[in-house]
Ligand binder design. Structure first.
Ligand SMILES: [Zn+2]
Length: 139
């Protein structure tokens, strides 16, 4: 099996797996993490499969990060967090759990516990409503 056929993010890009999508561009997609660290935890990915920063191509990488900034701004409007983490992990030793390049956007409250990966699956209906709320703030 190729990496793409086994990859959950490739299935989301292709519409074969469900996700609370916020917005997509030609080469990038933003959707809510199914196991959120905090409410609004979002992932921004290239539609093309590559595993990490070392393999990232110059065509899609800027688009992924410009979309991350656009979505972060919309999250700030919709959720008014105290801060925003933008994290990109490379390799299992760095905490990467899905081996398709992604940037985490994690809204933070002052004093809240710091963790990257949530332990509980979020309610899909809640995620869909949240995606719509954030999407409504996109410029
Ligand atoms: Zn993939």
């Amino acid at each position: 099996m190729s990496p793409e056929t086994a990859c959950i993010f490739c299935h989301i890009v292709a519409g074969r797996a469900p996700a609370a999508k916020i917005v997509e561009t030609e080469h990038a997609l933003a959707f809510l993490d199914l196991f959120p660290s905090t409410d609004g935890h979002t992932l921004v990915i290239p539609k093309r499969h590559y595993e990490n920063l070392f393999e990232a191509d110059e065509e899609t990488l800027p688009e992924v990060h410009l979309l991350a900034r656009r979505v972060a701004r919309a999250m700030r409007q919709a959720l008014a967090p105290d801060g925003m983490m933008a994290l990109q992990l490379n390799g299992a030793a760095a905490g990467q759990t899905v081996f398709h390049y992604h940037t985490h956007l994690i809204p933070r409250r002052a004093g809240s516990e710091l963790r990257i990966h949530g332990r509980e699956q979020a309610d899909p209906a809640h995620l869909a409503a949240l995606a719509a709320r954030i999407g409504a703030e996109l410029e």
